[in-house]
Unconditional design. Structure first.
Length: 262
């Protein structure tokens, strides 16, 4: 009780010295870790109707089949069970994710994780295990953190679910996939991810929610899901901060990355 009161007083003192500001534009906000009303209006939350398998929003519920799947997923269902996304990967959300990945804006992870918990409420069931998409150790040395792991840990704190940040390992480095086609992405990440031997027994029979910052073509997610299923996971779902509409390729310009780092 006393620790809680002291922590609240400490936060209030910090707010007086350093008034909380919007994560995107720097405008004053009532609480740290939020976006202002103007920037909130630039966000595009994924709401119904959306495909249950790829999380892509649809212009009409009539475009979804009886199982809630888009035509592409009805024709070829992803390897995972269901997917949920907090936002459409565009505009302000793109800024939040790029800043998190390339500009050390770790506070963005807490905001995105909170929204992901809301978006994934129906798949974040008691007993499921949160597993982030891994990065290769060499990239981890340069970036110093795995943004997917930060998101997974944030979701775990808010949902009370177990998080296993080291369940998957990137066994070989892969090129940045921003400019790759769908086929090239699949070729590049194929067999690049495996399950850590010491974690296999802990995955057996579990329902896993794979966590990442964004879902584009699904190539990386498919590689991770395949490894988890081979290790004995019973079901695997996917939860991301942003989804690219209609699973189209996304072109993240190098200039965007440079601006974000600045």
């Amino acid at each position: 009780m006393r620790a809680t009161v002291m922590g609240r007083l400490g936060r209030q003192a910090l707010d007086l010295l350093y008034p909380p500001s919007c994560l995107l534009c720097g405008t004053d906000v009532v609480q740290a870790g939020l976006v202002c009303m103007h920037c909130f209006g630039r966000l595009q939350p994924v709401s119904h109707p959306f495909c249950k398998a790829c999380a892509a929003p649809q212009s009409s519920a009539a475009l979804l089949g009886s199982q809630g799947l888009c035509r592409a997923c009805e024709h070829r269902h992803p390897l995972w069970g269901q997917a949920r996304a907090a936002f459409l990967y565009a505009g302000a959300v793109r800024e939040l994710i790029l800043q998190l990945k390339y500009a050390d804006r770790l506070d963005n992870a807490a905001y995105l994780a909170a929204r992901m918990v809301m978006a994934g409420a129906d798949i974040l069931q008691p007993g499921c295990l949160l597993v982030p998409v891994p990065v290769h150790r060499w990239r981890l040395l340069t970036r110093r953190y795995n943004q997917a792991a930060l998101l997974a840990q944030g979701i775990a704190r808010r949902s009370g679910l177990e998080c296993m940040p080291d369940a998957l390992v990137r066994e070989r480095p892969t090129a940045r996939l921003a400019r790759f086609s769908r086929a090239a992405r699949q070729k590049e990440v194929g067999q690049a991810v495996g399950v850590r031997d010491s974690r296999r027994i802990l995955l057996a029979g579990r329902t896993v929610v794979l966590v990442d910052d964004m879902l584009t073509t699904g190539a990386t997610a498919t590689t991770c899901v395949r490894a988890l299923l081979r290790a004995g996971a019973q079901n695997v779902h996917v939860l991301v901060a942003g989804v690219v509409p209609e699973r189209a390729d996304v072109d993240i310009e190098l200039s965007d990355m440079n601006k974000t780092r600045a």
